[in-house]
Ligand binder design. Structure first.
Ligand code: ATP
Length: 433
């Protein structure tokens, strides 16, 4: 494993070597665990440009370790004393989770576990799947050694998702969704015994025992994967959507809409990489719930605790989609009108409407809005209005908007023309007074 480490980008290696040094200084046994180790062995390159997300387990006091580690990195520590764990935040792209090795006992299915300090071996035993039990020892003499207590390497080789014990999905039903996520992402297979227990847990509606907020976080992770349609299909086949909304079934038309949404997201990301879609997962969320009426949908979104702007993006899509379609489904429209109709909406709402109607006219207007009108600003600002003698107040916004609409419609083509127009406007309003 030492060789794997040597191949890592410098920034990442430094973080790992520093963890080794801190463990030595504090006299603690530390290991790297979780997806990072799994992906390292699979040869999936960790991206250091996007995010660094490491998981460490400490036999002993993780919070003490975290404080020293953060100090050396000039980072900040957020402690979670209930679980004796901490997160060291170095920047908004570098975060290290540090946990005290623990055993867990589940008072009832879906509930949060009671935790007890334990050895690293015991800590790995509480994990979801064998492929996630691999650990990399950071303790000096054993530095870089792979710890494989639960046949993780065998299952990585066979490309299998396997739980560690028969009670696993009962203890924590969110593992149902995690199994699908890892299976689809890594192109593995859920092995037959695990699949049988997973289906049984799904059939017994165990996911409904999980708090909506935990469920939401797990669903979001799944929908954030690249091209999540395969994941959704797999969930439909082996779990169903009752956990999402009781009785929810997707018909052919709903699947067609989901594919259209997927295409729109790809189209957007290819054409507008710089604008960036913050909530692409939300579009899939909205599309899965397309069969629900708006009242029920609203209740569902609040129950799952989505944020205000997320709820508003989905609900406004439902409210305005038909009137918006009717107004934009014309071949020729003034750019300023398109701008005024689309500007107040979130990108997510706009893409959902585009996916829903797929009309050429509507698509053209949306594309032009995103390409040409979206980031446009007036030629002049409030300072110039002041210089021209306009009295400051709410009218500034109105005047600048009108100027922008004229620019968009090509009636004003330069700053000079804008000033001429403003002077005329001012003279006219003076006359009226
Ligand atoms: P990703 O590649 O998506 O980040 P990950 O394997 O790192 O996947 P995390 O959700 O970051 O997953 O969790 C880190 C580790 O914690 C996992 O590898 C797994 O060992 C353990 N873990 C997370 N959630 C659970 C769970 N619900 N039950 C048991 N173990 C879990």
């Amino acid at each position: 494993m030492k060789n794997y480490l040597k191949k890592l980008p410098r920034k990442l290696r430094d973080l790992i070597y520093l963890a080794r040094d801190v463990a030595k200084k504090e006299g603690l046994h530390a290991c790297l665990v979780g997806g990072f180790v799994r992906d390292l062995i699979l040869g999936i390159n960790p991206s250091t440009t996007l995010r660094i997300d490491l998981d460490l387990v400490i036999e002993g006091n993780a919070i003490r370790f975290a404080r020293e580690y953060a100090r050396r990195l000039s980072g900040r520590t957020v402690c979670h004393s209930r679980f004796q764990s901490a997160t060291v935040i170095v920047s908004n792209k570098v975060k290290i989770d540090i946990a005290t090795a623990r055993r867990e006992s589940y008072p009832k299915p879906g509930a949060l576990p009671q935790v007890f300090a334990a050895t690293i071996n015991e800590d790995l035993k509480r994990r979801d799947f064998t492929i996630n039990t691999l650990a990399l020892d950071l303790t000096n003499d054993n530095f870089g050694n792979l710890l494989d207590f639960y046949n993780g390497m065998v299952d990585l080789g066979k490309r299998k998702i396997r739980i560690l014990h028969n009670q696993s999905f009962i203890d924590d039903p969110t593992r149902i969704l995690r199994a699908v996520r890892f299976e689809q992402r890594l192109n593995f297979r859920i092995e037959p015994h695990t699949l049988r227990l997973l289906k049984k847990a799904a059939f017994d509606n165990l996911l409904e025992l999980v708090s909506c907020h935990r469920l939401r976080d797990e669903i979001i992770l799944l929908l954030k994967e690249a091209r999540p349609l395969m994941y959704i299909k797999r969930i439909e086949n082996i779990v169903g959507f009752d956990f999402f909304y009781p009785g929810l079934k997707l018909k052919r038309g709903d699947w067609y809409f989901l594919r259209c949404v997927d295409n729109e997201i790809q189209w957007f990301n290819e054409n507008f990489p710089l604008i960036g879609l913050s909530f692409s997962w939300l579009l899939y969320w909205a599309a899965i719930l397309e069969p629900l009426n708006i009242r029920i949908l609203g209740k569902h979104l609040y129950r799952f605790g989505l944020r205000k702007e997320e709820i508003s993006a989905i609900l406004s899509y439902r409210q305005i989609r038909l009137p918006l379609f009717k107004r934009l489904n014309k071949e020729k429209l003034a750019p300023s009108l398109v701008f005024r109709l689309l500007k107040p909406l979130s990108l997510e709402t706009i893409l959902l409407v585009k996916a829903r109607y797929r009309s050429v006219n509507l698509s053209n207007h949306i594309e032009k809005f995103l390409r040409y009108y979206h980031g446009r600003v007036p030629f002049i600002d409030g300072h110039i209005l002041l210089k021209l003698g306009f009295k400051p107040g709410p009218c500034y916004k109105q005047i600048l908007n009108q100027l922008l609409y004229r620019q968009l419609d090509d009636k004003i083509k330069s700053k000079e023309e804008a000033i001429v127009w403003l002077k005329k406007r001012k003279a006219k309003s003076a006359k009226l007074k």
